[in-house]
Design a protein around this ligand. Sequence first.
Ligand SMILES: [Zn+2]
Length: 362
Amino acid sequence: MRLVLKPALSRSWRDSETLQFGTVTRYAGVLGNADKTLCEFLELVDGTRDRPELLSAGERIGLGREPADTLLSELEETGLLDDAEATDRALSHFPRPHRDLLGPDLASLSLVHSGPGAAPAVLARRAETRIEVRGAGRVGAAVAAVLAAGGTGSVTVADSGRVQPADCSPAGLPPADVGRLRSTVARETVQRATGRPLVPVPRRKSDDPPPDFVVLAPRDGSAAFAGGTYEARLLLRAGVPHLYVGVVEEFGIIGPLVIPGRSACGHCLVLRREDEDAAWPRVLAQLADNGPGRARTPACDTALATAVAGLAALHVQVYLDGGRPPSVDGWCEISAGDGMPRRLRLRGHPDCGCLWQPLPPG
Ligand SMILES: [Zn+2]
């Protein structure tokens, strides 16, 4: 392990002998008695030496082996150290120029995941992850591009038909591609986000293993209301975690993120809406594709769709990186009217059965 002071952290003097690592005071690490020798030693923690080499260097510059050892332990406990060797290994999963583009992402991961080597391990896991996004509209295509840019190894987008002006957004499908096949343009958008050459990829075969995660983002935003569909039941049965996301009228909705058998599912949300409004299923049926009540010009604010896509991609990453985003057992709403995100809680619905446990034997 070659130790390095996390390059993501700024350094500033709080007074003549107190050094602060990081800008946000609440999260900053503070080092007292930072004299000239100690600062000289810190310069050596640059990712070119392992711990024994650093201890020898500490002795050589007059800091002493033991004080150097104590200092390194303090830096590690405060979350200021990373492993440069693991960082190089993680980045080697990505070809250039994607590797260079990921620098700030990895720097951010190093602040979220504390110990030496923790952030590179997360990035290496992302490189092995396969995500399928269903829907190449303003939200879906942008979610796919952002996830790919953030290091997800394989992001595929499933959709049919040809690109319409209403599908396009600065973070997703470009307006110049109106009229081309959605599946092709979505694939190119994903590749462009990682700096990779635009090349065809093999079609998914029916006997391929299921993806690690599915984002349900149909173009009409109906994912927000569509839990309990045949598609959702298949995902539950296969144990594939999935996230509902979409924009409906002036509302953006992110969630629920469903961990099969462990968190409330999309059907739980449908049942809850039915509890609140008995006419809801009847209204919903008329909004379906080609339904009589469908809006003639479905609303989708570009800034709202981009914010929704960004938040959805962040929730997927947080979940796959080992965290618990607020869309688990809940969902988030953003209104184009005020831009204020809100989180609503979702419990498993007693009539759904997705969280029923088998009775213990006997
Ligand atoms: Zn359920």
